[in-house]
Design a protein around this ligand. Structure first.
Ligand SMILES: [Zn+2]
Length: 438
């Protein structure tokens, strides 16, 4: 053994048992070697840490985010506010992704991932866009995530909106990154497509033709985030966005379909048959005023939970998702089980994509753990664990990734947190200034 954690309250939401009191976790070679009540005896050359009743959760997974938006925190709002979803893209997010250069992209990744690990998130499925700094951008993400010991799925946003040279450069960045990282255990390349409405039929055909060279490919795409995406697909002669992607043979078992708010039962059927994965992002959808995905569709497809760049804290996303949905539910109606999305569906998505067990405290699983110094004012038991997760715990005091401490007693190890934040502040001001001129 490399590390033995003893005397912890080990929570595995959605698994049996969901809570082990006075439990231990033994870690070897980055994996969980044993977990339970009676720690193995006679261990030599092994660090033993008494958790003194701290609460241990699996390292969490963000199933969809945009680290490139990390420097948008507090960014000035357009003088004339966007009137709809498309205007939001045109006035805010597209100017931002065109203004990012190498330095601001790196600062976004560093500050964004720092925020993730501080919130106990150890695996991030990212959708990147820096349309004037394309080549080599995903390599920086892999490098920054590697330095923090985190798992990252990376994709670059391919789109027609910056002309054919931009489209080709985006596709090339995905393909080259795919070749370099297709067998990497902590980096999972995906093919990033912005959305159906910014890709022509010719572009979709070109992307599909490029795929057979790539083993295990899967697309990561925004679908039906707003009705405008569906209207566009219908105007091009398709029944829906999913119908269009399906006709170009782009949907398979590794596909990540993001949002899907206005998808129809026929679309859900296509996704089910293909074994594709759906990701729900409640705070982003509420912020963009685009509607809310039906609980029925999420349950059918075992949809995951993402933050879409809105925040790094997945427990907060789960809580806020619960509240957003509650707002329009009649009294007494069941809410969607957001804890299940976070601790059951997200691990399934990440485990499939990375080809190894992530997000579960079980033998053979990755030793990615978020440890909380949590002493609640009420009893914590398997029956009320979800209540504590949604309304009680805050930030972890310790985070372990791949069997190694990355945050210990609240201190980030091997990284200079103050320097990362200072660089991000400098880059954010430059970025905002540059956006004004695009
Ligand atoms: Zn997104």
């Amino acid at each position: 053994m490399d590390l033995l954690l003893t005397n912890g309250r080990i929570a595995n939401p959605g698994s049996e048992p969901s809570l082990i009191d006075y439990g231990f976790i033994a870690i070897k070679d980055g994996l969980i070697a044993a977990v339970g009540n009676e720690p193995p005896q006679g261990l030599v050359d092994c660090e033993i840490v008494d958790l003194a009743g701290k609460l241990v959760l699996p390292g969490m997974i963000n199933a969809h985010t945009h680290l490139y938006s990390a420097l948008a925190l507090g960014m000035p709002w357009p003088v004339v506010p966007p009137q709809n979803f498309i205007e939001k893209l045109q006035k805010i997010w597209w100017p931002l992704d065109r203004a990012l250069d190498e330095d601001s992209t790196r600062a976004s990744f560093e500050a964004g991932l720092l925020e993730c690990i501080r919130n106990g998130v150890t695996t991030v499925i990212d959708h990147h866009s820096s349309q004037n700094f394309i080549s080599g951008s995903l390599e920086i993400l892999a490098e920054v995530a590697g330095a923090m010991g985190m798992n990252v799925a990376a994709a670059f946003e391919i789109t027609d909106r910056n002309g054919s040279a931009g489209f080709e450069a985006g596709l090339r960045e995905n393909l080259e990154f795919f070749k370099r990282y297709q067998n990497h255990s902590a980096v999972r390349p995906l093919i990033g497509l912005h959305a159906s409405f910014t890709l022509s039929d010719q572009s979709l055909a070109t992307i599909r033709q490029a795929m057979p060279d790539v083993v295990n490919w899967g697309i990561h795409i925004h679908v039906s985030e707003d009705q405008a995406d569906e209207v566009d697909a219908r105007n091009r002669g398709y029944r829906s966005v999913i119908d269009r992607l399906s006709k170009f043979d782009l949907i398979n078992e590794n596909s990540l379909i993001i949002h899907g708010i206005h998808t129809l039962p026929e679309d859900v059927e296509i996704l089910t048959e293909a074994g594709a994965m759906l990701v729900h992002n409640p705070t982003s959808n509420a912020n963009n005023r685009v509607g809310i995905l039906s609980a029925d569709t999420i349950n059918k497809l075992k949809g995951g939970l993402g933050t879409d760049g809105m925040q790094a804290n997945l427990l907060k996303e789960a809580k806020e998702g619960t509240l957003i949905r509650s707002h329009s539910l009649p009294g007494g109606a069941d809410n969607l089980d957001y804890i299940k999305l976070l601790f059951d569906h997200n691990p399934k998505i990440a485990t499939k994509l990375f080809g190894r067990t992530l997000g579960k405290i079980q033998v053979g699983g990755a030793a990615d753990l978020a440890i909380y110094d949590y002493s609640p004012r009420t009893e914590l038991s398997p029956d009320n664990l979800n209540g504590h997760l949604l309304f009680g715990i805050e930030q972890p005091s310790d985070v372990i990734c791949g069997g190694k401490y990355r945050i210990r007693d609240n201190k980030l190890l091997n990284q200079n947190e103050a320097e990362i934040k200072s660089a991000a502040r400098i880059q954010s001001l430059k970025l905002w200034h540059k956006m004004d001129k695009t």
